[in-house]
Design a protein around this ligand. Structure first.
Ligand SMILES: Nc1ncnc2c1ncn2[C@@H]1O[C@H](COP(=O)(O)OP(=O)(O)OP(=O)(O)O)[C@@H](O)[C@H]1O
Ligand SMILES: Nc1nc2c(c(=O)[nH]1)N=C(CO)CN2
Length: 199
């Protein structure tokens, strides 16, 4: 049966819903680049980082395109010497997942590595943060883009430059300049460690 726009049983679709559906459609046909930060300071830190890279690659709609060098870093945001040092790295992915689904997947990876949330910035086996998703900006607390503290974190910006020397933090400018303003104290490359890019 043909329903014309004057059909009283047809409910108007709110513009916000149409926009969301259109955005999801575009994402499906057009992979976007996202930058993820990985870090952990409990357990076998390198194995956990590699496990997170592999788990991301095993995700339908996610391809890991680049992995940074591995850095040993002083715990940021907590009392000095109150936690073990972290290993940190950054990966670039291409993804057809919309941002919210990528966050869900990042959190599932954390859970798979038995990450326990106790205190803010507490020690953890693995943390997977979305640093940037294309050039999107969002102030939604569930998924803020770019990550609200990325610009303050040399342990994010330094490895990011390995995989993209011309990287820009959306809304904030060149990563190299942001890092120059912060300095690189407490962030040391571990030349003896390496993450494998999945085949
Ligand atoms: N860009 C983002 N990437 C990851 N999580 C985010 C982002 N923006 C907001 N969040 C929200 O932050 C919440 C807390 O994340 P998480 O437990 O990983 O914090 P944290 O790693 O201890 O600290 P930080 O957020 O400073 O890195 C998550 O539940 C998530 O909804
Ligand atoms: N060095 C370092 N410090 C941190 C890290 C991290 O990955 N590396 N993650 C935190 C919460 O995301 C808090 N502090």
């Amino acid at each position: 049966m043909n329903r014309t726009p004057s059909d009283p049983t047809v409910q108007p679709v709110p513009a916000s819903v149409t926009e969301q559906v259109d955005a999801a459609d575009t994402t499906l046909t057009n992979p976007r680049q996202a930058v993820l930060s990985l870090g952990g300071n409990l357990g076998n830190r390198l194995e956990n980082l590699q496990g997170a890279v592999d788990a991301l690659e095993d995700t339908p709609g996610v391809r890991v395109k680049a992995v940074s060098q591995v850095y040993e870093t002083e715990p940021w945001g907590v009392e000095p010497d109150s936690q073990p040092r972290y290993l940190n790295a950054v990966v670039v992915v291409k993804t057809t997942l919309p941002p919210a689904s990528l966050l869900e997947r990042a959190q599932a990876v954390e859970e798979a590595f038995d990450r326990v949330r106790t205190q803010r910035w507490g020690a953890r086996t693995i943390d997977v943060d979305i640093v940037a998703y294309a050039d999107e900006l969002s102030d939604d607390p569930t998924l803020t883009l770019p990550h609200p503290r990325a610009r303050e974190r040399a342990f994010v910006l330094r490895p990011w430059l390995d995989v993209d020397p011309d990287a820009q933090l959306p809304g904030a400018g060149p990563v190299a300049e942001l890092l120059a303003g912060l300095g690189q104290e407490g962030v040391a490359v571990r030349d003896d460690l390496e993450l494998r890019l999945p085949e």
